[in-house]
Design a protein. Structure first.
Length: 332
């Protein structure tokens, strides 16, 4: 039995899994098990894990037939006997003091409040693809809409949900909290909301950095945003009390283009005047202006004109998330 078990859900992560596991093997807290839960990978991921496991008995391979991250984490939790559990993904890695930072914070703050978990802060790996780095920087901006995923804050903050967090296993068992395996996105949000509803607090630590590789191209990034939007809508349908007005903003990016095309058609056929067309055109011009301004900011920050990718990144993010959110709301 170990002090902390780290549950790593993977599927086809042969490119990153060795780096992920090595970073966990090198933690300053050594009394750990690394439970790698594989969702029927068709690449070399299981072979790499077995090789490492043969040299380090702390590394264990579990098989996850349902192939979804929720079932992977539930399976890992079932096999855990540790006092604490933490989660990581196979395409991430961490610094050597990651677990220690989470654990010390948990020990400090659980005496001050009814604490469920201390979570991590996303960071961009130095060797990520240029497109991946552009995505990471874009999502730090207000215009990117995901500013809470990254932070330059030096303070531990109270949050509504956490990622890659450390939990006390006895709390999860006491409250009968598990992952909803039908949630293929926003599974952490749903998991943590169960704890929040039970009266617990969640904290995020700015120095508990998780280096996550982003999607390498526009097609995969767009698909990811659609999935995120759909998952967020599914969570809102499951827990309607969590839906706030600002969660509906993504729908604007789907409704507005359709409205603009209708107004344009009515103008071209003579049913509407130029004034109405110009009025409806203002939001589009404002969006294009903001897209260009934030893109130039990222070009300067990256120090490379290839940052012009952001002109594409922002619309892909907004349109993809909005479309996914609409799909999620309409699904039965």
């Amino acid at each position: 039995m170990s002090f902390i078990d780290i549950i790593v859900g993977v599927k086809n992560e042969e490119k990153y899994i060795k780096k992920c596991i090595t970073s966990l093997q090198n933690q300053t807290i050594t009394d750990i098990n690394i439970l790698v839960v594989d969702g029927l990978s068709v690449d070399k991921t299981p072979h790499i894990v077995r090789e490492i496991s043969g040299k380090d008995p702390r590394v264990k391979l579990l098989i996850n037939p349902p192939e979804v991250i929720g079932s992977a984490r539930n399976l890992g939790l079932e096999h855990s006997g540790a006092e604490y559990v933490a989660y990581l993904d196979g395409h991430c890695y961490v610094g050597p003091d990651w677990l220690e930072t989470l654990y010390k914070s948990f020990e400090k703050y659980h005496k001050q409040c009814r604490l469920a978990a201390v979570g991590s802060t996303y960071s961009s790996p130095p060797d990520d693809s240029f497109f991946g780095k552009t995505i990471a920087l874009a999502q730090q901006t207000i215009f990117g809409g995901f500013g809470t995923s990254y932070t330059s804050s030096q303070k531990v903050v109270l949050v509504e949900t956490v990622a890659f967090a450390l939990y006390q296993r006895s709390t999860l068992e006491k409250e009968n909290v598990t992952y909803d395996e039908s949630m293929t996105q926003c599974e952490d949000t749903d998991f943590n909301y169960q704890l929040v509803k039970a009266g617990y607090k969640l904290l995020r630590h700015p120095q508990a950095l998780v280096y996550q590789y982003r999607r390498p191209n526009s097609r995969e990034f767009y698909r990811q945003m659609v999935n995120y939007g759909e998952g967020r809508a599914k969570f809102a349908r499951k827990h309607p009390e969590t839906l706030k007005w600002y969660h509906l903003i993504p729908l604007i990016f789907i409704i507005y283009p359709a409205l603009f095309l209708i107004i344009l058609l009515l103008y071209l056929t003579g049913y509407l005047g130029i004034n109405i067309l110009l009025l409806v055109l203002i939001p589009l011009l404002l969006y294009v202006f903001l897209d260009m301004v934030y893109t130039m900011m990222l070009v300067v920050k990256l120090g490379n004109w290839r940052g012009i990718y952001s002109l594409l990144v922002f619309p892909l993010e907004h349109w993809g998330y909005g479309l996914g959110f609409l799909k999620g709301l309409l699904k039965r």
